[in-house]
Ligand binder design. Sequence first.
Ligand code: MG
Length: 203
Amino acid sequence: MKIICIGRNYVDHIRELNNAVPASPVFFLKPDSSLLIRNRPFYYPSFSSEIHYEVELVLKICKVGKNIQKKFADTYFDEIGIGLDMTARDLQDSAKQKGLPWTIAKGFDQSAPIGGFLPKENFNDLRDIGFHLDLNGKTVQTGNSGLMIYPFDDIIAYISKFMTLRTGDYIFTGTPAGVGPVKVGDRLEAYIGDVKLLGCEIK
Ligand code: MG
């Protein structure tokens, strides 16, 4: 199983981090050891002093595919959920400055909390899925799949040119604006529509 994450997929988030709008999707990987499931707590790691949350819609891949055509892309996932792309922003900024990979900043243990999933059939329009993240009961990020630069089918077609998608893989589809730091004692809760699918305490 692999976790593929799209970066820079919402214009408002690209602006808040002073990045450029990409000419094609940007993606990176997290290892399977980064998964954090069943609403278990996230333990603040000692190697960073700036851990950020990034709430993202997550696709669960349901069959093997390579070179997938856009028009068939939606047959390759059957569930949509929500996850947090936890990021050691201090390590990422230093890697960016040196032109080095983001592997540690994005792929450390517990950096991929994933909540519950909903069947794809539950959604009338895949280009209109609203989601949000609450930090200690206050909404800090609000997104909608309709605002993605690269929608689900573009993402799947692009990734599968380079990497075979397999059953059980996850795709994090990018975060909207409002990312920010967490501290010990914080509580994160992520929703698709009004349905709470993920809770995570920072310890
Ligand atoms: Mg992200």
